[in-house]
Design a protein around this ligand. Structure first.
Ligand code: TXA
Ligand code: MG
Length: 348
């Protein structure tokens, strides 16, 4: 399949009337798949009402079809078309964080959103992305748009056009090139079907931010266990993975260096994932910088790009630093632990 590419680098108020956006929206209406930027990562969009479109998304990604997709909308008023009720806490969250990186799970109205989108669940995850290209594309299509991250299943999510193109060229009808995304990790997924909402995936909106708006929320026990105590290497299926094995090292830079030295003695070429602050202290075959440790948002922004960059380097093992599990740090560690296949070494 020839993948059409549109570049949108200047945003006016009437972006939804631009020819590039109209053409891309036309393909979405024809149940074709179009990738586009959001504020988190690039999404692989398709008509959420259409079985045919959703099947194409799963096929392009190589994703197991039992994993539901997020429905993207451009107008908060549309939520009521797709869900049974909107609980008060969900409404507060929409008002505080939309448009933005928060996906809210609610009870779906039966028979509207495709069962392929929800993977047959009785619930649906909805979000309004905070990106002019995404919002205008959804508006121009006049449809709810299902969109998983635009990576091949198992790879780091794409945060720019080049990464999206690498994974999707030839597999989908088009890609809207809207430059780099901002947040860098995916949306927070929160289930609001119960009175006490529960975070199913940490992401761009932090637990702390959510709790200031609706009070205490729970965090899925598996996430908690994984982030605080990820001691079961390689058990889960691959996600966010670079092409070579990776280990997270929780400890001092001296301890990290010791691990690097051991691997190099085994004859491995070792790459290090670190931050601006520590870029000059390691002796390794390659040192890649992922943001600033004193500003974790910059680490989130560069995380997937850095993981992908290792694939261009001549390394056969990656050693990564760990990050504090507060604020956006929970999302960063959640992605890193998966990228490393739960392979973590502790100094203490
Ligand atoms: O930032 C994002 O959320 C990006 C951009 C493109 O919007 N999208 C994204 O989609 O990350 P995806 O498919 O890679 O991840 C969706 C997550 C999955 O973990 C899925 O299991 C969960 O949301 N999810 C979707 N609908 C759900 C539902 N009804 N119940 C529970 N989890 C759901
Ligand atoms: Mg994904």
């Amino acid at each position: 399949m020839k993948t059409k590419i549109w570049k949108v680098d200047k945003y006016g108020d009437n972006l939804y009337t631009y020819p590039q956006i109209k053409e891309a929206a036309e393909l979405l209406k024809q149940n074709e798949v179009v990738a586009f930027p959001t504020e988190t990562v690039y999404g692989l969009g398709g008509n959420a009402l259409s079985d045919e479109a959703i099947e194409k998304i799963f096929k392009a990604k190589g994703r197991p079809s039992d994993n539901p997709l997020i429905v993207h909308i451009s107008d908060q008023q549309d939520v009521q078309k797709f869900v049974e009720t909107i609980p008060e806490k969900a409404k507060l969250l929409m008002e505080s964080f939309w448009p933005g990186p928060l996906t809210i799970i609610l009870q779906a109205k039966p028979g509207i959103i495709s069962e392929k989108t929800t993977a047959g669940l009785s619930t649906v995850g909805i979000r309004m992305p905070d990106h002019p290209v995404a919002l205008s594309l959804i508006k121009a299509a006049g449809l709810p748009i299902a969109a998983p991250s635009a990576n091949l299943s198992g790879k780091p999510s794409p945060t720019n056009f080049v990464h999206t193109f690498q994974d999707m060229n030839g597999k989908i009808a088009g890609i809207v090139d809207g430059g780099e995304t901002g947040v860098g990790v995916e949306s927070t997924v929160i289930d609001c079907t119960d009175n006490i909402p529960i975070i199913l995936r940490p992401g761009g909106v932090t637990k702390e931010e959510i709790e200031t708006v609706i009070g205490p929320v729970k965090i899925d026990s598996q996430i908690k266990e994984e982030v605080e105590n990820p001691r079961s290497p390689g058990m889960k299926y691959k996600h966010y993975a670079p092409n070579v094995p990776m280990v997270l090292v929780d400890g001092s830079p001296e301890f990290l260096q010791k691990i690097i030295d051991e691997k190099r003695q085994e004859g491995k070429k070792v790459g290090v994932l670190t931050t601006e602050e520590r870029k000059n202290i390691y002796d390794a075959d390659k040192v890649l910088v992922c943001g600033n440790r004193n500003n974790l948002s910059t680490v989130a922004q560069s995380l997937f790009k850095t993981l992908r960059s290792f694939n261009q380097e001549n390394v056969d093992y990656i050693v990564s630093e760990t990050f504090p599990t507060e604020g956006i740090g929970i999302a960063i560690m959640n992605r890193l632990i998966k990228a490393a296949g739960h392979n973590v070494i502790y100094e203490n």
